[in-house]
Design a protein around this ligand. Sequence first.
Ligand code: SF4
Length: 249
Amino acid sequence: MGLLDERMTASQVKRERARMGKVLSILKAAYPDAKCALEYRTPYQLLAATILSAQCTDAMVNRVSPVLFARYPDARAMADGKMEEIERIIRSTGFYKNKAQSLKEMSQALLREYGGQVPASMEKLTRLRGVGRKTANVVLGNAFGIPGLVVDTHVGRLCHRMGFTEEQAPERVEAEMMELVPKSDWTIFSHLLISHGRAVCIARKAACERCPVAELCPKVDVPQFETRPPKSTGLTRRSSPARSRAPSK
Ligand code: SF4
């Protein structure tokens, strides 16, 4: 029994799977080039770049990682690296002391346990320092072609607004989406929602008026009006969340 079965009947789950299928096919057409935005040449470099991407933009990681990988291209080089130098290179990604420690310890563990190679296994990946399910899914899906459903801030927000989940914890959102999205689409699902979250369903204001999936979306907790009043009048307009509005078919 899955998480969805706790709050939906079998026919509701079936309807939600069908709605998800339509959303996916529209987003695939809208974002045909959706892919991992991090730049890397090997599974190790993707793993390291994903660790750097915590609380940081992919663009900033892509500025830092070429410098880092020129100096430390693989697990062996990073494991022997000087902490001060690693910290200096990755400083602009934020939380650099913690991330440097993760990079070094993760690399040492790869050398010790897997001959310097990145294991293609959720269980083994999440035993490495600095690697949670999100990072592991990025690596599995993009470096190894093993379906991985990544729930980052964009994916979590869009799944909620589109009414596909009521969960907040990323692991529970992931578990529910794994029930709604065909396994072969798990990796692309995350790329599509991240692209859509950056271009249209933006955190501070969803652009529903130009959204290709608007007719399939209940717009849960999406303010329908600007919450800030026009300066000239000083009047306060209330936001009007459309929570729990049933999606049109
Ligand atoms: S209709 Fe609005 S809330 Fe729904 S996915 Fe599109 S932009 Fe986001």
